[in-house]
Design a protein around this ligand. Structure first.
Ligand SMILES: Cc1ncc(COP(=O)(O)O)c(C=O)c1O
Length: 392
């Protein structure tokens, strides 16, 4: 198969997944081994020496991820946070300045503000949907723009081509490479291709849509440039936060159905968002697919679908609690992107590690509810929400 000529759905099923040579197994086997016997002194077989460095199941996933994002190299990690940590260790150092989406995932904010800041990396949190605010935040020490789009949980949309242009211009005027790194977890490469829009690096929590079945925690980094890829590979091997063979198998298996799942998430997401927007008990719905979303036109241009993530504000924590205590089909749980609908309260769950004042600034209000719309029958999701909303 010539991977360049293949369509996205075909890549999901075939990229990196040549039949296993010894048996012809159609599915990449789980190579559950920590080491490999060498042919002779100084002669490892096909570069396999030790499984932290290289494992065939993980390698298949890494090649698959690189193909889906259109990058030169992919690397898979034990969690999305391990992926982001490795990417930062590989690409920034003490004294470097990083501009971050102000509404980035709470765990990313915690890593940056409470850990990496202790190693002399400087972070500024900026509204990335505001081009001039990003431009104004660039300093001579800036080495990275770290964008999430749509953001978690307030669904802000950043213009990736415009951010890439800022990074390029800053590289040219400053003389040092300024990279654009994008967390593509919410959109997935099915709906959005940051590298094609000029980004240098993409990160993922594969825990979410890529695996898609809420049964594995993992992460990924894909680099446009082979040299950056080699830097990630070096830190992956040195720091060791690798994805296990079994989890690699699960993510490969999950990705085979990514296109079908994403089409279904998108269809259900649009229906649920439109229904919520008309509901008298729901004062505010935030979904990039709704025409009143400030990033709607940009999202329609930059993404090929709006997906299944919706946030809505019920006005108070009490109202949110009444809803969340009553839903049955929508599972009250952290995480997102599974085939099942998952519903959560960002202020006390996924974003509890963000300080209250900072939360307020980002619009993570006490009444905000985040819904990851699953691929169940949409009528059942609506009936579940309707029943729970009656108590609000
Ligand atoms: C957008 C985004 N990025 C990164 C992460 C971190 O991924 P993980 O939980 O797999 O470490 C999450 C987790 O919720 C997320 O939502």
């Amino acid at each position: 198969m010539t991977e360049k000529a293949a369509g996205f759905d075909t890549l999901c099923i075939h990229a990196g997944q040549e039949p296993e040579p010894a048996t012809g197994a159609v599915t990449i086997p789980i190579f559950q081994t920590s080491t490999y016997v060498q042919e002779a002194f100084g002669k490892p077989r096909n570069g396999y020496e030790y499984a932290r460095t290289k494992n065939p199941t993980r390698l298949a996933l890494e090649q698959l991820l690189a193909a889906l994002e259109g990058g030169a190299a992919g690397h898979a990690f034990a969690s999305g946070m391990a992926a982001i940590t490795t990417m930062m260790l590989a690409l920034v150092k003490a004294g470097d300045h990083v501009i971050v989406s102000r509404d980035t995932y709470g765990g990313t904010y915690r890593l940056f503000s409470k850990t990496l800041a202790n190693f002399g990396v400087l972070f500024d949190y900026v509204d990335m949907s505001d081009f001039s605010a990003v431009k104004a935040a660039v300093r001579p020490a800036t080495r990275m723009l770290y964008a999430e789009t749509p953001t978690n949980p307030t669904m802000e949309i950043a213009d990736l081509s415009a951010l890439a242009a800022i990074a390029r211009e800053a590289s040219e005027t400053g003389g040092a490479k300024v990279r654009l790194a994008v967390d593509n977890t919410f959109a997935t490469p099915f709906f959005q291709n940051p590298l094609a829009l000029g980004a240098d690096v993409v990160v993922h929590s594969t825990t979410k849509y890529l695996n898609g079945h809420s049964d594995s925690v993992g992460g990924a980094v894909v680099c446009a440039d082979a040299e950056d890829g080699a830097k990630i590979g070096f830190v992956q091997n040195s720091a060791g936060g690798i994805l296990s063979p079994f989890d690699s198998f699960l993510v490969i298996r999950g990705i085979k159905t990514l296109p079908v799942r994403m089409r279904a998430h998108d269809a259900n997401g649009r229906t649920v968002a439109t229904w919520l927007a008309k509901h008298p008990k729901v004062p505010r719905v935030i979904y990039p697919g709704l025409p009143d979303h400030p990033g709607h036109a940009l999202a329609a241009r930059q993404m090929t679908g709006f997906g299944g993530m919706i946030s809505f504000d019920l006005g108070s924590e009490g109202a949110a609690k009444r809803l969340l205590d009553r839903v049955r089909i929508c599972a009250l749980a952290e995480s997102l992107g599974g085939v099942e609908s998952l519903i959560s309260h960002p202020a006390t769950m996924t974003h509890a590690s963000v300080e209250p004042a900072e939360r307020q600034k980002r619009g993570i209000t006490p009444g905000l509810v985040r819904l990851s719309v699953g691929i169940e029958d949409v009528a059942d999701i609506l009936a579940d929400l309707e029943r729970a909303l009656q108590a609000v």
